[in-house]
Design a protein around this ligand. Structure first.
Ligand SMILES: Cc1cc2nc3c(=O)[nH]c(=O)nc-3n(C[C@H](O)[C@H](O)[C@H](O)COP(=O)(O)O)c2cc1C
Length: 192
């Protein structure tokens, strides 16, 4: 199959699917939550995580104030919540109240931990830098929360028990097909 080649990126959807998360923050006496699909692990030791956030988001304003943020990893059953917090702004009102979001106690920060998340990181803001029209927000993971029974002994997500919400772009969500898992050991495959 021949590729279409073009200057630039068009609809910018070629890098999906991506795990859709909910980024949370507590500042100015308010909780807020937004959907974020542009995020990444950056370092293992110390553990550092990054999220790309537009300066138009109320969440960014609050993160810069609080100097901390949470990254909540959601099961596919919560895709509607992801679309809800990703389709409204905390400037218009309290999303926790409006969407009935239940939170749990954080360990090291004041960020809301979402009860329905299968895992969550509490991050302390280390750095932020503007790239183009987004700000790359970098945080040290001070604490993590996860549903132990949804992970294998190696802390791999058990797809028999939970499906992460994957965002496909264009307001579409999907799930990974669990019967397609393959174990390809890099030590073996690197020597082929
Ligand atoms: C699936 C999905 C993924 C999103 N990913 C991001 C993202 O990575 N970065 C970003 O700045 N906005 C992203 N958004 C948009 C924000 O979630 C949205 O603008 C939200 O309303 C911001 O809320 P706030 O103003 O309360 O911060 C995403 C939206 C959706 C639905």
């Amino acid at each position: 199959m021949a590729k279409v080649s073009m200057a630039g990126v068009g609809e910018f959807c070629h890098h999906y699917p991506r795990v859709a998360t909910i980024v949370t923050v507590h500042a100015k006496g308010k909780d807020n939550a937004m959907a974020a699909a542009w995020h990444s692990a950056i370092s293992i030791n110390p553990p550092i995580y990054g999220v790309s956030i537009s300066p138009r988001r109320f969440t960014l304003e609050l993160i810069l104030e609080a100097k901390e943020f949470g990254v909540n990893f959601m099961p596919t059953e919560q895709a509607e919540l992801i679309a809800s917090v990703g389709g409204s702004s905390g400037r218009e009102g309290d999303k926790f109240q409006r969407f009935g979001i239940v939170k749990e106690k954080p360990l090291k920060t004041s960020v809301p931990i979402l009860k329905d998340a299968y895992a969550c990181y509490e991050c302390r803001l280390m750095d932020h830098k503007t790239y183009g029209d987004h700000v790359w927000v970098v945080g040290e993971i001070l604490a993590s929360h996860f549903e132990k029974e949804l992970f294998t002994g190696k802390q791999v997500l058990n797809l028999e028990r939970v499906s992460p919400a994957l965002y496909l772009g264009a307001e579409l969500y999907t799930i990974p097909a669990k019967d397609t898992i393959r174990h390809l050991d890099r030590k073996v495959y690197g020597k082929r």
